[in-house]
Design a protein around this ligand. Structure first.
Ligand SMILES: *[C@@H]1O[C@H](CO)[C@@H](O)[C@H](O)[C@H]1NC(C)=O
Length: 590
């Protein structure tokens, strides 16, 4: 699998390097006797190197080759006696300083006993040739303090970088390749696809489905934010990726796979998805081990997807709705906490309650079908209470919004208001000195961004529009640069350069990748455009450290409400209704 993955990449890297200054060397023969020859290729390196490849062409076929600084990855020629040999540096040989002289020693025997000779091309693998598209512009929009269309475009790129499975031809992430192609269920069912969760390479359906639902919702509510920035097709492709995966995961009427990859095994390796070699078990729920939280969240995502794709791809839309109804029926019949059924999930995404998802799944199916049975289910399961914080675990805030949109019942509106009050200083929310609503140390920006999305959605329904929008925009602007730095990789002033993220921390394939990539004091070799990091502590304190997964990891669920809020702000810019960014300095409350 590695071999077929790497060959096209190697070829393209060689071609690209040929455009720049290639380093070439002729073999210097150090020794030549009856036992074989010893030669070396020496290069004077004009720039610092993170990793390299050597393409050697011998003047005639050579066998019994040996060398010490790398690993052979490719050879061609006739059988044992190949003329073309390619090697990639060993882990500890990758890094070289500008001005270094690097000599690669090679031994071998010339087939037929001729005179040894050859040339080698040194390929610098520093550059991933990732070209981020130019920031989209929206005609006629009111002035924005931050380039929201650029953030939106990059956030979609982030989800593209999280893709697992066989990548399509239009993949824009040059440093990603096919991965986890053997993910499958106990009966051999194909479970390839979906998104890697965060800085690791596990596929957790609970947060993946929440992220999909929220992103899809933002597309339903703010389509112009996507279309007027030229992102509509990218966005459809973006949510389609996990949606197709969810359909695969529903393997039997009462069986759903909800996780692929074991947390402990995955976290014990630090490598890119393309190089993983650990066992990746798949975990399911069924009638005897239920999980109505994760299944209702998947039902919600697919119900939303069925609405989003209704005219774009009617057949896919119908497939999603059928799967959504089936998953919902299973969840209704067999209730339970999924992380009690799948214990490996409990250490990472333990579900605290499924009542909120029972409501959420029913509400989304009502939105997709207009079938009153679903609305009746949703009403029965609704609990009038303020939301602690909209997140992968807690859908209470989302339920407020959906139920109010269906019924316009004042009781739901009061719940929306009580949630926003809980998020104000009077309501007890802690604010950092620079005005971040600080819900939790771990991934603080994800909670503030999710609630910003909630507030903008409430404003769209006419609830305290001016103050909710002002508050929400200030929370998003905090993440984008109001403290003097950006918390979004590859965007704005002084963005994070060392996110806790395996794939982007690894050097270019096929350079080996391990813990030294995690420990590397330099920036990640690849820019993980558009990813929101966990964020600062409660005093606006933050260090851009790769090992700090509390503050500097990225995750699918971190970007979901964030991207939705940015889409909402773009819509406000289009409508010339953007609040005044200067007011954020005074910490406006909702
Ligand atoms: C789950 O949430 C509902 C509604 O808020 C509540 O009535 C119930 O006690 C909760 N269950 C648990 C186990 O916390």
């Amino acid at each position: 699998m590695m071999r077929t993955l790497l060959l096209p990449l190697v070829v393209s890297v060689v071609v690209m390097a040929a455009e720049a200054a290639d380093l070439k060397a002729t073999m210097e023969v150090v020794n030549n006797n009856a036992n074989g020859f010893e030669g070396r290729f020496c290069f004077h390196l004009p720039q610092a190197i993170q990793g390299w490849e050597l393409v050697i062409v011998f003047s005639s076929g050579v066998n019994n080759v040996g060398q010490w600084q790398g690993d052979w990855i490719e050879q061609h020629g006739s059988g044992e006696c190949a003329t073309h040999w390619t090697l990639v540096n060993k882990n500890y040989m990758g890094k070289q300083n500008a001005g270094d002289d690097l000599c690669v020693k090679v031994t071998g025997s010339v087939c037929g006993g001729g005179k040894p000779g050859g040339t080698a091309t040194f390929v610098d693998l520093n550059d991933d040739h990732m070209h981020v598209p130019a920031a989209p512009k929206i005609a006629g929009a009111a002035s924005m303090k931050y380039n929201y269309p650029d953030v939106l475009m990059k956030s979609i790129l982030f989800y593209e970088a999280q893709r697992s499975g066989k990548l399509p031809h239009n993949n824009r992430i040059t440093w990603r390749g096919d991965s986890a192609l053997k993910d499958k269920g106990a009966g051999g069912e194909d479970l390839t696809g979906g998104w890697y969760d965060a800085g690791d390479n596990v596929k957790f359906n609970f947060p993946m489905a929440f992220s999909t639902t929220v992103l899809c919702w933002s597309l339903l509510e703010f389509p112009q934010a996507y279309s007027k920035t030229g992102q509509l097709d990218h966005m459809y492709d973006s949510i389609r990726w996990p949606l197709e995966y969810f359909i695969k995961c529903h393997t039997k009427p009462e069986e759903i796979y909800v996780q692929v990859g074991n947390g402990g095994l995955d976290h014990a390796q630090w490598t890119r998805p393309e190089s993983m070699d650990q066992n990746r078990p798949a975990y399911k729920i069924d009638a005897s081990s239920p999980g109505s939280d994760v299944s209702n969240e998947m039902a919600a995502a697919m119900a939303c997807g069925s609405i989003a794709f209704k005219t774009k791809d009617p057949a896919f839309s119908r497939k999603l709705l059928t799967a959504s109804k089936s998953v919902y029926a299973f969840a209704k019949k067999h209730q339970g906490i999924y992380s009690a059924s799948v214990q490996d999930a409990a250490a990472y995404y333990q579900s605290s309650n499924y009542t909120d998802e029972n409501n959420w799944g029913a509400a989304w199916l009502y939105k997709a079908t207009n079938d009153n049975q679903y609305l009746a289910d949703a009403k029965v399961r609704y609990a009038h209470e303020p939301a602690w914080g909209f997140s992968w675990d807690e859908k209470i805030a989302g339920n407020h919004l959906l139920m109010y949109s269906f019924t316009k019942d004042a009781a739901y509106k009061a719940d929306i208001e009580s949630t926003m009050t809980l998020w104000s200083k009077q309501g007890g929310m802690k604010y950092s000195p620079k005005c971040l609503a600080f819900r939790l140390q771990w991934g603080a920006l994800r909670y503030s961004s999710n609630t910003a999305f909630f507030a903008l959605m409430a404003a769209k329904q006419g609830i305290h529009a001016a103050s909710y929008r002002q508050w929400a925009m200030c929370q998003i602007n905090y993440a984008l640069g109001d403290t003097g730095r950006s918390y979004v990789v590859g965007f704005g002033t002084n963005p994070p350069k060392r996110p806790h993220h395996r794939a982007s921390s690894c050097p270019m394939m096929p350079i080996p990748c391990s813990w030294d990539a995690q420990q590397n004091p330099g920036p990640n070799p690849h820019t993980l455009y558009g990813s929101l990091v966990g964020g600062p502590g409660g005093s606006d304190d933050y260090t851009d450290s790769r090992i700090d997964y509390i503050h500097n990891e990225v995750a699918c669920d971190y970007n979901a409400g964030f991207q939705g809020a940015v889409a909402a702000l773009i819509q406000l810019a289009i409508d010339h209704e953007l609040p005044n960014a200067a007011h954020c300095g005074q910490c406006p409350m909702p």
